[in-house]
Design a protein around this ligand. Structure first.
Ligand code: SF4
Length: 382
């Protein structure tokens, strides 16, 4: 089996008010977190035999996300990589690490590069000082530009920028200027996320129902992004992701293609065949399991049945521009009702080419609603 391996670093200097990822605003104890991860890797090797019945899995991509992975030193990652190489069939072709501008020095970037990381994803979020202020980021525009320079100087060629659009005060002209600067800096990959109000975040309480988040405005901004990036040679390969040819994120493609992945660290999720697991979203509990009890903290959240697997496939595959192949659904003896597909095509949300379903640009924007409708029109083949 081939696996995508994810490592979660659940620490940030401060929590951003829109963020619903699991991370805590604490100064991390690098040594203790490393100790737990090394133990977790050993435990995985010895306790997951039934999952890897065909033999040890080969790790084909490695992604360090968070939280803020750039809070950790290259020495931390060196020890971790040594352990992965000794313990697993660790042969990734892509090794990504996320970084935030305020915690990424040249020395750190160079250290990561020297260890073999070959893709850097920078949490820029906005190229406008007002955007950074609204999002309550901890870096200035100047620091963002400096971090980009450092990443280039360190030798990274595959660089991605994370940006958020739709913040209050961002009009067409503001967004256009941000995109111009981003394009001038010529990253190989861009992730552009619509500002989303997740329940339980401070932004949810503060901004729910406000005018600046109305659908029409966000759709206009999304269209502007697509037009600008396509005309500058980027491929729009996933709802929120653009890449120069050959620079699509291989690790994230595994998620969208519903391929197996393994997660390490507090709050990390794994999906192997029909099982989905999750480590506790609590650093204290994670340490308690691994270091005190010496057991995997894995909570088996789901043993997916065929219908759930298909639903996941519909949801994830339709995020991709290459879309969903209907034969895969039939392979599980399910089908989508013809009349439902016709209705979505008529509304300009879906296109069908032989066995392949793809969302149109308008459909991509309404992805969740289209998927929910398809789920309601999924039936067992007689
Ligand atoms: S830095 Fe990233 S992970 Fe941390 S709180 Fe902000 S958005 Fe969330």
């Amino acid at each position: 089996m081939e696996l995508a391996l994810y490592l979660h670093i659940p620490f940030c200097t401060k929590k951003c008010p829109y963020c619903d990822f699991y991370s805590v605003p604490e100064i991390p104890d690098e040594r203790l977190y490393l100790q737990a991860l090394l133990k977790e890797i050993d435990l995985i090797k010895y306790h997951h035999e039934e999952l890897f019945s065909e033999g040890p899995p080969r790790i084909k991509t490695f992604y360090v996300g968070g939280g803020t992975p750039s809070l950790f030193s290259p020495i931390f990652y060196e020890k971790l990589l040594d352990k992965l190489i000794q313990t697993l069939l660790f042969q990734p072709i892509e090794l990504s690490i996320e970084a935030n501008p305020e915690s990424l020095t040249f020395e750190k970037a160079k250290g990561y590069k020297d260890l073999g990381f070959n893709r850097m994803s920078l949490g820029i979020q906005s190229f406008n000082p007002k955007g950074l202020e609204f999002l309550q980021r901890r870096h200035s525009l100047h620091e963002a530009l400096l971090a980009i320079e450092n990443v280039h100087k360190a030798g990274f060629e595959n660089i991605s920028f994370d940006l958020i659009y739709g913040w209050r005060g961002q009009g067409v002209k503001t967004l256009q200027k941000e995109l111009q600067l981003a394009l001038f800096l010529s990253p190989s990959h861009l992730s552009l996320y619509e500002l989303t109000l997740y329940p339980k975040t401070p932004f949810f309480k503060k901004y729910s129902g406000l005018n600046f988040l109305r659908e029409k405005r966000l759709l206009m901004l999304a269209n502007l992004i697509e037009n600008e990036l396509l005309s500058n040679g980027y491929l729009h390969y996933e709802i929120s992701n653009y890449a120069k040819e050959g620079f699509e994120c291989k690790h994230n493609l595994s998620y969208w293609k519903v391929e197996p992945y393994l997660g390490l660290g507090a709050g990390a999720v794994s999906r192997i065949s029909k099982y989905r697991f999750k480590n506790p979203e609590s650093i204290r509990k994670y340490y308690e399991y691994i270091l005190d009890k010496g057991t995997l903290p894995v909570i088996i959240t789901e043993n997916l049945n065929s219908r759930e697997l298909i639903k996941e496939k519909i949801f994830m595959n339709l995020r991709l521009t290459e879309g969903l192949n209907l034969s895969e659904i039939r392979g599980y003896s399910f089908r989508l009702k013809e009349e439902a597909l016709e209705k979505l095509c008529k509304k300009g949300l879906l296109s069908i080419d032989k066995d392949n379903l793809r969302l149109t640009p308008k459909g991509r924007f309404l992805h969740q609603r289209v998927v929910a409708y398809l789920w309601d029109n999924l039936e067992v083949m007689k």
